[in-house]
Design a protein around this ligand. Sequence first.
Ligand code: AMP
Length: 119
Amino acid sequence: MSYDDQNIFAKILRGEIPNKTVYEDDHVLAFEDINPHAPVHVLVIPKGPYTDIGDFSANASDLEITAYYRAFPKILDKLDLTGDGYRVIANCGINGGQEVPHFHSHILGGTKIGCMVSK
Ligand code: AMP
């Protein structure tokens, strides 16, 4: 899948659409999901143009990959999720139910998240 620069997260990164930012640095943006599935639902995206976790892991620079994962403890601290726990999900492609084709991780918390997959 080639990267579609008209996807909604690309527009957020260009400042064309507002977002509720939780965390930002040179390589990473974390913001509140517009349609939350839990009391805390935050999306973490790299600023580079990667479609999913496979594309990101294969093609991002070591600096981008390190920055992405090093941002998590900072975001989790801000969200106060480290004590009671949370879930991280990355939907990929059609079978994964990915709606926005820019790599992102969902952080869900603030309650017990429940089953890992629907039956
Ligand atoms: P996924 O199905 O993994 O691609 O998830 C995409 C997520 O993006 C969904 O949970 C949407 O609610 C969320 N979303 C879509 N548009 C926006 C937006 N403008 N701001 C914040 N979250 C959004």
